[in-house]
Design a protein around this ligand. Structure first.
Ligand SMILES: [Zn+2]
Length: 434
């Protein structure tokens, strides 16, 4: 399969500025970009293509990468607003999740996938504790790129802890590398406040043994930091370093409440941070010190968290919030740059998820990309100088018309090709009306 897509403005994200926007065409072979060229394709190039697509002047950009979420709880969208994190977990999330069957998980995950593809997400991370083998199956059917983690809470007996860890390791054994490498698996202790040190050490040991990286929630609320200091005499990041968490590659979600020393620890250990601004705002958790982390050189990616704390999975909204938020609280519009914020949802996301050759439109990179129709009032006027700005400050998930993952088309002219949108929405709605 050799796809040639022409008449597009390619936002390569290879280097900052308008020079990285090319009016041209791409050739995709074996799920990767084989050519990214300016101008029109030659007759020979057209003849060699097994499929030729006319991009009709649309923007071609890297697919968006959502580095933190919980797909299984998607049906709890709108179930509990205006509550702080711990109360929300204890009164809304955990009691509801206890009643979740495999069927409910299927409906929730399918709903999230529909929403994500439609709004331009091509890769997602899912941390969840129920039916992750089923999630892997659904991810395969959707043809999306996915990082799956069996989330583990350690507030239970050692026997139960070991069972959870075995499930997580078995998930890695069974589905890591599935669907031509589009599905990968990480280990996921839920958080330091739900996993005692002995359990965390058990997980770290297994991660090292099996060469698996780790994803966890960390320093999400002020309360978490205060309790951690009371219990262990150290702040969470300092404690995690002592326990050995950062001896394996690590992506932490939130990192809202950090001391200068903790920011240094994250940088020294090459830890990536998933910034989830909307979830942090909705739960009143606070605002992560992103400009300070960027200036230290920490890799920052973007995540939505679950629809129960966001309440949608549109990564364009997350990008816009990340771009606006830090300017507002610092009273300094120069504190974050458009380019840096956009890259968080692309190349930085790939790096955070330990995925190689992803997040740019470049020869040898995986062909995960979107087409955006710029013929809308809110994207007008535009030229090469303004596209990056429009993508950060004006674009919406609804502007995405076509989605490709590893060279395979998942959405054509807003129609999903591997997910039955109407059925998925009907069945998800039946959760409340049955
Ligand atoms: Zn989360």
């Amino acid at each position: 399969m050799n796809i040639l897509l022409h008449s597009v403005y390619i936002i390569t994200m290879d280097e900052e500025g308008p020079t990285s926007v090319i009016n041209g065409f791409v050739i995709i072979k074996h799920g990767e970009f084989d050519q990214v060229k300016e101008g029109k394709p030659s007759q020979e190039e057209l003849n060699n293509a097994s499929e030729v697509i006319n991009g009709k002047g649309k923007w071609l950009i890297p697919g968006l990468i959502n580095t933190h979420g919980h797909l299984g709880s998607s049906l709890l969208r709108g179930a509990g607003d205006d509550i702080p994190l711990m109360k929300w977990l204890e009164t809304v999330m955990w009691p509801n999740e206890k009643t979740f069957t495999e069927d409910i998980i299927k409906k929730a995950v399918s709903l999230a996938m529909v929403e994500m593809v439609k709004s331009g997400t091509t890769t997602f991370l899912d941390m969840y504790h129920l039916h992750m083998e089923t999630v892997a199956q659904l991810a395969q059917e959707s043809e999306m790129r996915a990082v799956l983690c069996r989330g583990m809470i350690g507030l239970c007996s050692e026997k139960e802890q070991r069972n959870k860890l075995s499930e997580a390791i078995n998930l890695h054994r069974d589905v890591h590398g599935m669907n031509s490498g589009k599905i990968t698996v990480a280990l996921s202790p839920h958080a330091p406040y739900t996993c005692p040190p002995s359990f965390l050490q058990m997980i770290i040991e297994k991660a090292k043994e099996n060469n698996i990286w780790i994803h966890t929630h960390l320093s999400e609320t002020e309360e978490e930091v205060i309790k951690h200091k009371e219990q262990y005499g150290l702040r969470p990041v300092e404690h995690m370093e002592r326990i050995g968490l950062f001896q394996v590659p690590c992506l932490v979600a939130h990192a809202v409440h950090l001391s200068d020393n903790e920011i240094t620890i994250l940088k020294e250990n090459n830890v990536s941070v998933s910034h989830n601004p909307m979830s942090n705002l909705k739960l009143g958790s606070g605002i992560a010190p992103i400009p300070q982390m960027i200036s230290k050189g920490i890799n920052i990616s973007l995540g939505t968290d679950s629809t129960a704390s966001n309440n949608n999975l549109d990564m364009f909204e997350e990008v816009r919030f990340a771009a606006l938020l830090h300017k507002g609280i610092s009273k300094d519009p120069t504190i974050t740059k458009t380019w840096d914020i956009l890259r968080m949802a692309m190349e930085n996301g790939a790096k955070a998820l330990q995925l190689q050759q992803l997040g740019k439109i470049k020869k040898g990179y995986k062909a995960d990309f979107l087409l955006i129709d710029p013929n809308s009032a809110h994207l007008t006027p535009w030229d090469k100088d303004r596209i990056h700005s429009h993508l950060v400050y004006s674009a919406k998930g609804f502007d995405v018309s076509d989605v490709f993952v590893q060279g395979k088309q998942l959405m054509r002219s807003k129609e999903l090709l591997f997910l039955d949108e109407e059925k998925v929405i009907y069945e998800a709605n039946s959760f409340l009306h049955s």
